[in-house]
Design a protein around this ligand. Structure first.
Ligand SMILES: Nc1ncnc2c1ncn2[C@@H]1O[C@H](COP(=O)(O)OP(=O)(O)OP(=O)(O)O)[C@@H](O)[C@H]1O
Length: 309
């Protein structure tokens, strides 16, 4: 098994200009490795180039230059092996309305050359919760069911790598939880590498071991989720005083603001001061405390700090 599930080396993509607009440099030389067995988040603002990267992996878009390795296979040299190693759950609900879930899974398995004896259509139907809809027309399925079927289709050939493009955009909480349960299980029990794009940064923070952020077709950062969260120096201490204080302390480099419910927030940089020093200043100002809490930066803060331009 290769150490890296995916390798992008100097990958560029330029879309031809349309009408008066010039060519669009969607990817400007991406270098990225995604370790096997990880849950990896590919994040970026709208138009950053995420779908282009995923479509290149899926074989739907041809890169302009560079190298793409999938499960150790060079996509240009071994296109079939590369394709067999990856399953993609697309963003659009592009299902043939006349196929039943069972039919759609069988056709997909056929496309990937999975012999009949090795197909696991019933197992997949069970996993995506569509056993009782197995023979219904796809057009009679709800949006959530269609999305589950797309996940099932991505799994028919037992790929090493599962790519999910905005899997939970606009889906309800129940479906979102079901998707994540399945994805975690595939990762933990089958060792499947998961790559996902999402606009829900909280979700990426909870799910992903490692994250790459791209912006304007370039890699802005790639790190473990824990390291990314540790990058921001900013922190907030929130106190709830016993009674409304007559005056607040002034602490150099600390921004003080009122919060609802009589709370007071102290925004500070960890490199400049400590919560202890702030609490000392608060006590010196004669304020007695009912409660104290600290707030860490979340992925959204990191994302905004890195993509703000
Ligand atoms: N077929 C195309 N022809 C021309 N330009 C394109 C084409 N597809 C994408 N682009 C442009 O390439 C850039 C990257 O688009 P891409 O869809 O990869 O971004 P994204 O990060 O997936 O955005 P989103 O989160 O909105 O899906 C955008 O400026 C987009 O307008």
């Amino acid at each position: 098994m290769s150490q890296n599930a995916i390798e992008f080396k100097g990958v560029t993509k330029t879309y031809a200009g349309q009408g008066k607009s010039g060519p669009k440099h969607a990817l400007k030389g991406i270098d990225l490795t995604i370790p096997a067995g990880s849950i990896f988040g590919l994040l970026g603002p709208n138009g950053a180039g995420k779908s282009t990267m995923i479509n290149i992996l899926a074989g739907l878009v041809n890169k302009t230059s560079g190298k793409v390795g999938i499960w150790g296979f060079d996509q240009d040299v071994n296109p079939r092996q590369s394709r067999a190693a990856i399953g993609v759950m697309p963003q659009e609900l592009n299902l043939d309305p006349f196929f039943s879930p069972r039919g759609a899974l069988e056709v997909q398995a056929g496309l990937y050359g999975v012999p009949k004896s090795e197909r696991r259509t019933d197992e997949i139907l069970e996993m995506i919760g569509l056993t009782d809809k197995a023979d219904a027309y796809a057009r009679s399925l709800s949006g959530g069911m269609r999305r589950r079927l797309l996940l099932g289709k991505a799994l028919v050939h037992r790929p090493h790598i599962l790519v999910l493009d905005e899997p939970t955009a606009g889906v309800d909480i129940e479906l979102r939880q079901m998707l994540w349960r399945n994805v975690r299980r595939l990762n933990e029990e089958d060792g499947m590498t998961i790559i996902l794009t999402t606009h829900y940064l909280e979700e990426a923070q909870q799910m992903c071991d490692e994250i790459a952020i791209i912006n304007h077709g370039e890699m802005v950062v790639r790190d473990t989720t824990a390291n990314l969260l540790g990058r921001l120096d900013a922190k907030t201490l929130v106190i709830t005083p016993e009674a409304e204080p007559s005056h607040l302390p002034t602490i150099e480099g600390v921004k003080i603001s009122q919060r609802p419910g009589g709370k007071i927030a102290f925004d500070f940089n960890r490199s400049a001061t400590t919560p202890g020093a702030i609490l000392d200043a608060v006590r010196d100002a004669g304020i007695s405390l009912r409660d104290v809490a600290t707030e860490e930066p979340d992925l959204e803060d990191v994302f905004l700090a890195l993509t703000h331009s």
